[in-house]
Design a protein around this ligand. Structure first.
Ligand SMILES: CC(=O)N[C@H]1[C@@H](OP(=O)(O)OP(=O)(O)OC[C@H]2O[C@@H](n3ccc(=O)[nH]c3=O)[C@H](O)[C@@H]2O)O[C@H](CO)[C@@H](O)[C@@H]1O
Ligand SMILES: C=C(OP(=O)(O)O)C(=O)O
Length: 441
């Protein structure tokens, strides 16, 4: 079993370039199924989740040509719809959450699709109702095969309609948009999610010939077209990686430059890190973070304790709350972290407490962090990463802690962070991959 062994407590220094956005890549790569023409997609991150989706498309019959390290040409000319019935599909399709987004394009183009209950992080209940309610509204028949945990949808012709989404689901919106672009007539989606991932998807679909308006808002209008053509698309830098690197710099007192961040697409993310007291400047399109001995958490105007909570875009992404939490453990001041979306994403704080952090887990959704102002450093320990963002938070904690830490279950981290060990080493981190079993196994 692979684990990271880290000797922490040393400041890092240098430049780091964020990978292409994971959650955008999963949408964009699914969308190649909407056309028989070639699609050239670049800045694709080389991470487990994305590679698994690409493999899945290959198994469905999409021709895949990797033309350089991060650029692929996809051509979905001959799709093998019968692959849905195979045992291999049951295994591959269910192993990542992003695979759910092949359903919308397949339904739109071939009139049917199926998907095993998808994987992804165990961070609480993650229902998919929004996706299937949307498909049903467009006229598809939905059957859930409870015995095999299989979702099936089919439709002879999808028809445009008004959809009030029951929640602003990110992957749900992407799926319904991809189904609606080839539906007959006009579809209006209200309470749509509008993360940059979705804005990028919609812009790409329009370049393919779709007619989507309202991009960037929670009201999308889609005028269905008969067919879509090929195009090229480049992924934005991963905003969650960028936030993770800002947190890493602050926690480890490092001077870091995060390159080519597309600052204008980061929404409220930089503001939240500023409110934690972290200093940085924008140099061109790079974020420069000077080495900081201390950073002080802001309070609300009335002097009360700051709360950082997640909400759908343009609110603060839930995927960065674990990072904010870990960074706060070494800040001066206190903060309440309120994770509204997922009920099991804060449970990793027991590991931070073992490392010496002062945190009160108030309930599954809220944790109060009492910052140590770097007076008491965290201590290295052995731990297991429960999910992707907790994993990176623990990695940041370990890099800042004195002594040795071992992090198990690093597959979780690697499903979303490209070549993380080599990139951290290049900044001077003492991290290596070891093959050890967690204690008690
Ligand atoms: C592959 C991918 O893109 N994954 C992202 C996507 O997952 P995903 O698309 O699966 O997440 P959803 O947007 O569907 O929402 C996730 C959870 O949040 C709850 N919810 C959602 C919307 C809302 O307004 N209120 C609310 O409570 C839902 O009930 C659900 O349980 O979006 C999540 C929310 O940004 C991110 O954490 C995931 O990294
Ligand atoms: C929860 C996440 O991913 P997924 O939706 O793929 O589980 C994430 O990227 O933080």
């Amino acid at each position: 079993m692979n684990a990271f062994e880290i000797h922490g407590g040393k400041p890092l220094k240098g430049e780091i370039t964020p990978q292409g956005a994971k959650n955008e890549a999963l949408q964009i790569i699914s969308a190649v199924l909407l056309t028989a023409e070639p699609m050239t997609i670049s800045n694709i991150p080389d991470i487990k989740d994305v590679n698994k989706l690409i493999e899945l498309l290959g198994a469905l019959g999409v021709s895949i040509n990797r033309i350089d390290a991060d650029t692929y040409v996809f051509e979905a000319k001959d799709i093998n719809i019968d692959y849905f019935q195979s045992a291999e599909f049951k295994e591959k399709g269910g192993s990542l959450r992003g695979s759910i987004m092949i359903v919308g394009p397949l339904l739109a183009r071939f009139g049917k699709a199926a998907i095993p209950k998808p994987g992804g992080d165990k961070i609480g209940r993650r229902r998919l109702d929004t996706h299937f309610l949307g498909f049903e509204k467009l006229g598809a028949k939905f059957v859930y095969d409870a015995e095999n945990h299989f979702f099936n949808v089919d439709a002879t012709q999808l028809k445009g309609t008004y959809i009030l989404m029951d929640e602003a689901s990110v992957t749900g919106t992407a799926n319904i948009v991809m189904a609606a672009v080839l539906a007959e007539g006009v579809t209006t989606i209200y309470n749509a999610a509008c993360e940059p991932y979705l804005q990028q998807l919609c812009k790409m679909l329009n370049r393919m010939g779709a007619k989507i308006s309202g991009i960037g808002s929670n009201l999308l209008t889609i005028d269905g077209v008969k067919s879509l053509g090929g195009t090229s698309h480049r992924m934005l830098p991963d905003m969650i990686e960028i936030g993770s690197f800002i947190g890493l710099a602050a926690m480890t007192g490092s001077e870091l430059t995060i390159k080519d961040v597309h600052f204008e697409e980061l929404g409220i993310i930089p503001t939240i890190f500023s409110r934690l007291g972290i200093k940085f400047e924008l140099r061109g399109d790079d974020i420069f973070i000077p080495a900081q001995d201390s950073y002080e958490i802001d309070t609300f105007i009335d002097g009360s304790i700051l709360t950082v909570s997640d909400s759908p875009w343009p609110g603060f992404t839930p995927d960065l709350l674990s990072i904010v939490l870990v960074v706060a453990t070494q800040a001066k001041g206190n903060v309440l972290i309120h994770q509204k979306m997922f009920e099991s994403r804060l449970f990793f704080v027991d590991k931070l407490i073992d490392m010496g952090a002062q945190i009160i887990l108030c309930d599954p959704h809220r944790a109060t962090v009492i910052g140590l102002n770097k007076v008491n450093r965290l201590r290295g320990i052995e731990m297991t990463s429960p999910d992707i963002r907790a994993g990176v938070s623990l990695l940041i904690a370990a890099l800042s802690a004195s002594g040795k830490s071992v992090i198990h279950n690093i597959e979780q981290i690697e499903r979303g962070y490209q070549h993380i060990e080599a990139r951290l080493k290049a900044l001077g981190a003492d991290i290596r991959r070891v093959d050890v079993q967690p204690k008690g196994h």
